[in-house]
Ligand binder design. Structure first.
Ligand code: SF4
Ligand code: SF4
Length: 391
């Protein structure tokens, strides 16, 4: 591992283009994406005529683009236009955290954008297993058929906060290449942040997208990745290195990149670099938002869960999901997505009409319930002892 890192650090810096884009006006976004692509070498470097390219937007859940949960259709269309101009054959898709891909794409405005350009939705409901002997942690993945059927991937991450990984960007986005409920299984198996992050890094190393275009025109701060607040950042980022891209996104959010575990493990395991970056285009400093609402506490948000002591510590120290009963509509989404058995969040007395209740001794702190709650009724809070340690 150390050797891989040393080799990477002897490489030329990873280029990340940062381009001003003040709003989702179609012409402006097409121009900004085009400028970003030129700054890192031109679209022809990445895609050849007639290649089957999968566009992979963030389609976490079906919400309108203005909520900043999903990649904006204007960014999707702009990238698609550049790729079509190069003669690529496009498909698109993602496996949402909740809901069917076609329904999420429709609500997020992505299917209308795709239909306008004649881009079909790829199959993200079924999958096949592939082996990955080079994986540091995971040697085998089950991936959506739509992923396996393409020649290359262009990823379109959205700049957002995340309770577990702090940032959901260019590495985390690929969790959606694992179809349906299998994602929950990974959460249950990779129950601490280090293992979960290494799994994401392995997954991205296997997929090797050719190009990343990040939608940071309007990002999400606060209680992301679903229930946060839209925050205009006025930028499009373009790169071939997902770790470098996420590190630049951290800089814009005034967040130490070493607090995002996929950055640290991404560099350690040879996916990319957060330390050896060349930014091109507009000045990154001009996009920095110092009061961007993101978890800046030091220390990991979860620890190793294996020993008894660790379990005790987990309950006293590690941030945990908490339900605001006044906001909760009793929809049951949190119960459905909780990946552990028996459930760590469940209705205890549904007839009485109460909200679900967490059983923290079972909870692995994957934060899927917080991620998927449609009412912003779940937040992640740090217990008092944890607050002292994480200061
Ligand atoms: S997902 Fe949110 S609104 Fe639905 S039951 Fe759980 S806490 Fe309540
Ligand atoms: S209760 Fe929430 S955080 Fe805990 S294991 Fe279930 S989904 Fe994950």
């Amino acid at each position: 591992m150390k050797q891989e890192r040393a080799i990477r650090n002897n490489l030329s810096p990873s280029k990340v283009a940062v381009v001003k884009c003040s709003e989702y006006e179609e012409g402006q976004v097409v121009e900004a994406v085009g400028r970003g692509l030129s700054l890192i070498g031109g679209i022809e470097q990445f895609v050849k005529k007639d290649e089957r390219i999968l566009l992979k937007p963030n389609m976490l859940v079906g919400t309108v683009p203005e909520k900043a949960v999903t990649t904006h259709p204007a960014v999707f269309k702009a990238v698609a236009r550049h790729l079509l101009g190069q003669g690529a054959q496009l498909t698109y898709g993602d496996s949402p955290g909740f809901g069917r891909p076609d329904s999420v794409a429709r609500k997020a405005g992505l299917s209308a954008a795709a239909d306008e350009l004649g881009i079909p939705l790829a199959d993200f409901s079924t999958g096949s297993t592939v082996s990955f002997p080079e994986g540091h942690l995971i040697k085998q993945f089950t991936l959506a058929k739509g992923v396996l059927d393409c020649d290359g991937i262009v990823s379109l991450p959205k700049m957002k906060t995340h309770a577990l990984t702090r940032l959901t960007g260019a590495v985390k986005i690929h969790f959606g290449c694992i179809p349906g409920l299998l994602k929950g299984e990974f959460h249950a198996r990779m129950s601490d942040m280090e293992r979960f992050s290494k799994m994401l890094v392995d997954l991205t190393r296997y997929l090797r997208p050719r190009l990343y275009v990040m939608d940071a025109v309007v990002a999400m701060e606060g209680n992301g990745p679903r229930s946060g607040t839209p925050r205009p950042m006025h930028a499009i980022l373009v790169s071939t290195d997902p770790v470098a891209m996420d590190a630049v996104a951290c800089r814009m959010m005034a967040l130490d990149p070493t607090l995002v575990p996929t950055n640290v493990w991404g560099e350690e395991l040879g996916l990319g670099s957060y330390t050896n970056i060349e930014t091109v285009g507009d000045s990154v400093a001009s996009f920095v938002v110092k009061d961007f609402k993101v978890n800046r506490t030091t220390g990991s948000t979860t620890g190793s869960m294996n020993s008894r002591l660790a379990r005790i510590l987990r309950n006293r120290v590690v941030p945990r999901p908490a339900i605001n009963a006044a906001r909760c509509t009793r929809c049951g989404t949190c119960v459905k997505v909780c990946p552990v058995t028996p459930k760590a969040v469940d209705f205890q007395n549904r007839e009485a009409g109460g909200p679900p209740v967490h059983t923290y001794s079972r909870c692995i702190r994957c934060y899927c319930c917080q991620e998927m709650c449609p009412e912003n009724a779940i937040t992640v809070i740090t217990p008092p002892i944890g607050r002292l340690l994480h200061r």
